[in-house]
Design a protein around this ligand. Structure first.
Ligand code: SF4
Length: 236
């Protein structure tokens, strides 16, 4: 299949919009969000349930159309998210490659849930010049309270590099302990982020747990868009 053919591949979509990045190492930067429809998990605390069945895609778009919108916004930062944006096989791979080739894009970070093999996407980063310089992964590693911890692919942890982020969404103290155990076991090169579940883990409590644990290697991760706007506001 040629590059031109890849541009005609169609993906189910939720939304494409610009805002400021709400979390992680690049929080606060103007960012274009590309939200692809559907997810292979069903986390108990999910805050984007509109991005998978039984909801429907908001629209379908070709990779060429997605790239044109991203180019039109002109932001240096792009967040590819979902749902799970890497669950569409060759289409996901082609979309990641095409977004990394947009000239205005300097940082393409992909939010992925740990239950899709990262191997082909890491290979893309190793073999393609644009992806090599721009592509980063933000892996949301599931903990017991999510109900999806058993779906995590252990090999993914070893594929993360120093430019990537490893996020743990922490609902309770059992999750906190489980996240610490993962870090102790895997010795990841990625930046570990500890995020509180908005409804069940007061951020002050999470800070207490981090300090009491004596860990020096984790960063508290707050979703600033939930502070700026109402937590259920979409498209911001
Ligand atoms: S992986 Fe993300 S989008 Fe999918 S159910 Fe879990 S939190 Fe929601």
């Amino acid at each position: 299949m040629t590059v031109a053919d890849h541009r005609t591949m169609r993906l189910p979509m939720v939304e494409i919009f610009q805002t400021v990045e709400g979390e992680g190492a690049k929080a606060g930067f103007p960012t274009t969000f590309v939200r692809v429809f559907n997810c292979n998990l069903r986390c108990t605390w999910c805050d984007t349930t509109y991005s998978y069945a039984p909801h429907q895609p908001a629209f379908y778009a070709t990779i060429g159309e997605i790239v044109a919108q991203v180019d039109g916004y002109g932001n240096s930062y792009v967040c590819l998210t979902g749902g799970e944006p890497l669950m569409h096989g060759e289409k996901s791979l082609a979309l990641v490659k095409a977004l990394s080739e947009v000239s205005c894009v300097q940082d393409l970070h992909v939010e992925t849930n740990g239950a899709v093999s990262l191997a082909p996407f890491v290979q893309l980063r190793q073999t393609e010049e644009d992806a090599g310089g721009k592509l980063r992964f933000v892996m949301d590693w599931k903990l017991p309270a999510s109900g999806e911890a058993e779906r995590m692919i252990a090999e993914n942890l070893s594929l993360l590099g120093a430019q990537d982020e490893l996020k743990f969404v922490i609902a309770d103290e059992r999750d906190f302990q489980a996240a610490c155990e993962v870090l102790d076991r895997c010795q990841t090169a990625a930046l570990p982020l500890f995020s509180p579940v908005w409804e069940t883990m007061p951020p002050a409590r999470l800070v207490e747990l981090i300090l009491a644990s004596g860990r020096k290697d984790v960063k508290l991760n707050m979703q600033i868009h939930k502070v700026i706007w109402h937590p259920e506001t979409r498209g911001v």
